[in-house]
Ligand binder design. Structure first.
Ligand SMILES: N[C@@H](CCC(=O)N[C@@H](CS)C(=O)NCC(=O)O)C(=O)O
Length: 219
């Protein structure tokens, strides 16, 4: 059976899980944590810097959340693909997957990584820099989402899969301003979707792991 290596609290693992749930694909979850060193070893062997998720499908291994979503579309499940079949529509879907990963999730990860360092070696001003980046991203996304239901084209896609963990976690520590009504409404729409509600609920036992100051209710 298909295996996914990851952690229920990991944002990029959520991307793979949401695609699996959207497309009703059966799989075995392989927990990556200190209690499962064999699973961590698999991830260390297959990912360049030991990052997850990692998908193992028999002899086939796929790394990178977006590539895993592509792979699932091609080989597993019979629901509509998460990357639109029309390559012209796929351009916008991949664009927004990149926007949420690179300009929301990655800056937040930078903050998480700074916090996890000892106080003495923390990079100064990281929080201000991350806040400044997110302010720009939130403002851009507010304009982008003003007349949209989903982040790309007219249907739920890989873009919304990327948006879910990015906006869920970023808002927790760096709240989306109340004036950004379209973005906040979109975030609420994402959290109401069953596949996303499921990953949020499955991650609840690990909420104390969130290392940043919680400044907003995550849901
Ligand atoms: N570009 C990768 C990012 C994966 C990533 O950053 N994963 C995090 C978990 S959310 C991770 O593995 N962190 C542990 C580490 O970096 O050692 C993807 O899309 O899958």
């Amino acid at each position: 059976m298909l295996q996914i290596y990851g952690h229920p609290f990991s944002s990029f693992t959520w991307k793979a899980l949401i695609a699996l749930y959207e497309r009703a694909v059966p799989f075995e979850f392989m927990m990556v944590d200190p209690d499962h060193p064999d699973n961590s070893a698999v991830v260390a062997r297959h990912a360049p810097t030991g990052q997850f998720p990692v998908l193992v499908d028999g002899a086939r291994v796929v790394i990178e959340s977006a590539a895993i979503i592509d792979y699932l579309d091609l080989h597993h499940g019979d629901a509509p693909p998460m990357v639109p079949a029309d390559p012209r529509a796929a351009v916008e879907a991949r664009q927004m997957d990149g926007v949420f990963d690179d300009y929301v999730m990655v800056p937040l990860q930078r903050m998480v990584s700074a916090i996890l360092h000892e106080e003495a070696v923390r990079v100064p001003h990281v929080e201000d820099e991350v806040q400044a980046t997110l302010n720009k991203s939130y403002a851009w996304l507010e304009r982008w989402m003003a007349a949209r239901t989903w982040a790309a084209n007219d249907a739920f896609s890989i873009s919304d899969i990327a948006a879910a963990p990015a906006l869920f976690y970023a808002h927790w520590a760096f709240p989306i301003p109340e004036a950004h009504v379209a973005l906040r409404t979109y975030r609420a729409r994402l959290l109401a979707r069953p596949s996303i509600k499921r990953v949020v609920d499955e991650a609840r036992p690990w909420r104390d792991f969130f290392p940043l100051a919680a400044r907003a209710d995550p849901d």
